[in-house]
Design a protein around this ligand. Structure first.
Ligand code: PGA
Length: 264
């Protein structure tokens, strides 16, 4: 298909662009980055078929929620506690996030699974508390290189999602709060490495994910890709079938680069 035709097709699709700033900037640096690009962010977010979600550090969530309140930009957190309340020093509950008007929350990021030894069961509990607070979970899943090479990708993804799917299947339509649920497929070997899977293999993975989510049709599912998304590969990545958007780390820290990722 010719590139101009694909470009028009890309423009007609609607995509989520979720900026995961991780702990790359200090609180002041994040605020300066936003101040410097405030009008640019607002302009970018007003484009058709685009939803931008910024995930700053916990400490900036409340102020950015206020700053972008009457705009099309939404604010998300990068993690939350699996507990509702109690003696959990240093943790932040889903309810506290809701108090800061945060509308999305990343859970199960591979960096958290590794660094804090988060289990699938713990991630499921985070999922449950977010749903109870009407916060949309962005569930990160993905295999490591060895699992990928040995053809076990879908088995790993299934293990990471099974508890969440079981829970949703047991609840009926009316009992699940009407929040969107986002699944971000992020192969661990693609995060921050500059390497991405082939479009062919991504099409297969997303076809499988789509099939799984079809079993729970009353949920508004969004399927995202994450891992080394940049202005050079995003045009091709936008061709993945069944894709609703991207979770973006490094490329979200430079406004010009982020803008290209959104508009290309
Ligand atoms: P990256 O990070 O875009 O820098 O690869 C993505 C992520 O970790 O969510």
């Amino acid at each position: 298909m010719n590139k101009n035709l694909l470009k028009t097709q890309n423009k007609n699709k609607s995509f989520y662009f979720i900026a995961n700033w991780k702990m790359q900037l200090t609180l002041n640096e994040e605020s300066n980055f936003v101040d410097l690009n405030l009008q640019n962010f607002k302009k970018l977010s007003s484009k058709k078929n685009i939803q931008i979600i910024l995930c700053p550090s916990f400490l900036n969530i409340r102020s950015l929620s206020k700053l972008f309140k009457s705009t099309n930009i939404k604010i998300g957190a990068q993690n939350c506690s699996s507990h509702i309340k109690g003696a959990y020093t240093g943790q932040i509950s889903a309810q506290s996030l809701s108090d800061t008007y945060c509308q999305y929350c990343i859970i199960g990021h591979s960096e958290c699974r590794k660094e804090y030894k988060e289990s699938n069961n713990e991630i499921f509990k985070k999922f449950e508390s977010l749903i109870s607070q009407n916060i949309s979970p962005i569930i990160c899943i993905g295999e490591n290189l060895e699992e990928n090479k040995s053809g076990r990708t879908l088995d790993i993804l299934e293990k990471q999602l099974v508890e969440i799917f079981k829970y949703l299947l047991k609840r009926n339509e009316n009992k699940v709060n009407k929040v969107k649920i986002l699944i971000a497929y992020e192969p661990i070997w693609a995060i921050g490495t500059g390497i991405t899977p082939t479009i062919n293999s991504l099409n297969k993975t997303f076809a499988w994910l789509k099939q799984q989510t079809k079993n729970i049709p009353f949920i508004n599912w969004k399927l995202l890709y994450g891992g080394s998304v940049n202005s050079k590969n995003v045009f091709d990545l936008k061709q993945i079938n069944n894709l609703s958007g991207f979770l973006i780390g490094g490329s979200s820290l430079d406004f010009q680069e982020f803008e290209k990722v959104v508009i290309l």
